[in-house]
Write a protein that binds this ligand. Structure first.
Ligand code: GLU
Length: 441
């Protein structure tokens, strides 16, 4: 499978407000930024931080919207809109991915940047939060066009990024290749190679071993911890993975390798279901050959939306935000929901799932493995000293495990959901940094 096809796997659910036709559930008023702001408001209130703290933490520190003029293969010129938002950099340089998707707008980027701040604080990496994106469907462009789009976008956001300022990484619709182009564009303009300016690069140009599967590995660790917490033996448990791209594919594989029966997976073109457990390695070969999970002989074809409603122990939405809504949350039959994607559960769905006793492991904990190994990559690049894959994986496991226990303990002590606990812990850490640094001037 080519990298574009791999990215394509992640686009099959459109977030609210961005659907091609018909109103999406709770689309008219709410989007990811409303969800993110509501989570922050809850944490500030619960921690008793007051309106000043809320004002500081709710507003992004810097936002840049840029026009990206690009020469197309046919000789014409098109102008795209890109953004980079730095939500916070009190604990260290801003950090977060770059998304290429038709859903990208300033509010989506703001929400994703805020979640990065909490995620980095929660797994205790010395970063703030940022996000960037361009409003394009990367599937509609040639490699040459994508390279020119990426290089021009990088040069337009150059005033904001740098290894000590803001460090981009891949997200939906971008890849290792995108990061190599970003690193090269930045470096050429500096006059020397700057490996630490982006993470998620190919290993041969300063990437880290273990980074490509790090988010998935983190999701798998957290799923196993959540199953154990619920008293379930993972060798007898079942999982469903929605999305078969950068996160879902390896998460399904790692869960299957740990003995969990992965009974269904979906992608943009369809879904396959096998109650006895899918042969994930055979499925991966099928996807490599055909570009989709659709048509896989080792299971029965089902509707893509139906995977979210299958009976299973752990449901892993690993595509994009806003897929669990007030419209379908009532029909979820999983005991545990592990958020591989950013923001897959709307505020309304979250309340329904909580009422129904579903254990929801929030994105800022469940999918933090990517930024943890991004941090390892940056540390290695800055020191020009490279670790073994085992070292990377072991340190990742340690960080994910301690973050899980910290969130679980806090949630039990404070009688909060895991999302509320994770947000409170993160907000507390970020606000502590603000308090100690003081208000300038
Ligand atoms: N885009 C990924 C995320 O949402 C990774 C960010 C990073 O590694 O900086 O967590």
């Amino acid at each position: 499978m080519t990298s574009e096809e791999n990215e394509r796997r992640e686009h099959h659910h459109r977030p609210r407000g961005h659907r091609a036709a018909g109103p999406a559930p709770d689309a008219h008023t709410l989007g990811p930024l409303d969800d993110a702001q509501a989570q922050l408001a809850f944490a500030v209130e619960r921690l008793g931080l007051g309106p000043g703290a809320h004002a500081v933490l709710s507003a992004p520190r810097r936002e840049l919207t840029v026009s990206v003029p690009v020469r197309m293969d046919d000789g014409s010129t098109q102008v795209f809109t890109g953004h980079r938002v730095q939500h916070n950099f009190t604990r260290g340089p801003a950090k977060g991915g770059v998304r290429y998707a038709p859903t990208v707008d300033l509010d989506e980027v703001r929400a994703l940047a805020m979640w990065m701040t909490w995620k980095c604080a929660l797994v205790d990496v010395p970063y703030g939060g940022a996000k960037g994106g361009i409003n394009i469907d990367p599937r509609s462009f040639s490699q040459g066009e994508l390279e020119r789009i990426t290089r021009r976008y990088t040069s337009e956001i150059m005033p904001l990024i740098g290894p000590d300022q803001d460090i981009p990484a891949p997200d939906v619709g971008t890849s290792e290749q995108t990061m190599a182009w970003m690193m090269d564009t930045y470096s050429v303009n500096q006059g020397h190679t700057v490996l630490g300016v982006v993470t998620g690069k190919p290993v041969s140009v300063g990437g880290s071993l273990g980074r490509a599967s790090a988010t998935s590995r983190g999701v798998a660790h957290i799923t196993l911890l959540a199953l154990a917490h619920r008293g379930l033996d993972h060798a007898r448990s079942t999982a469903v993975v929605q999305g078969f791209g950068k996160v879902g594919r390896d998460a399904a594989r790692l869960l299957a390798e740990s003995g969990v029966r992965v009974i269904a997976v979906s992608d943009i073109d369809g879904a396959v279901h096998n109650p006895d457990g899918l042969d994930i390695h055979a499925l991966m070969r099928h996807v490599d050959a055909t570009g989709s999970v659709a048509g896989f002989g080792g299971g029965e074809a089902i509707d893509g939306e139906a995977v979210l409603e299958l009976e299973c122990d752990a449901l892993v939405p690993a595509a994009t935000e806003g897929v669990l809504t007030d419209e379908n949350a009532d029909r979820v039959r999983a005991g545990i929901l592990v958020e591989g994607a950013n923001g897959p559960t709307t505020k309304a769905a979250d309340a329904i799932l909580a009422r129904r006793g579903v254990l929801v492991v929030p994105d800022i904990l469940a999918n933090a493995g990517g930024v943890v190994v991004s941090y390892f990559e940056w540390v290695q690049a800055n020191q020009a000293y490279w670790w073994s894959e085992d070292e990377v994986n072991e340190r990742l496991r340690d960080r994910m495990t301690s973050a899980w226990h910290a969130v679980l303990t806090y949630s039990q002590g404070q009688e909060l959901s895991l999302r509320q606990a994770a947000t409170c812990l993160a907000v507390q850490r970020v606000w502590e940094a603000h308090r100690l640094r003081g208000q300038y001037p």
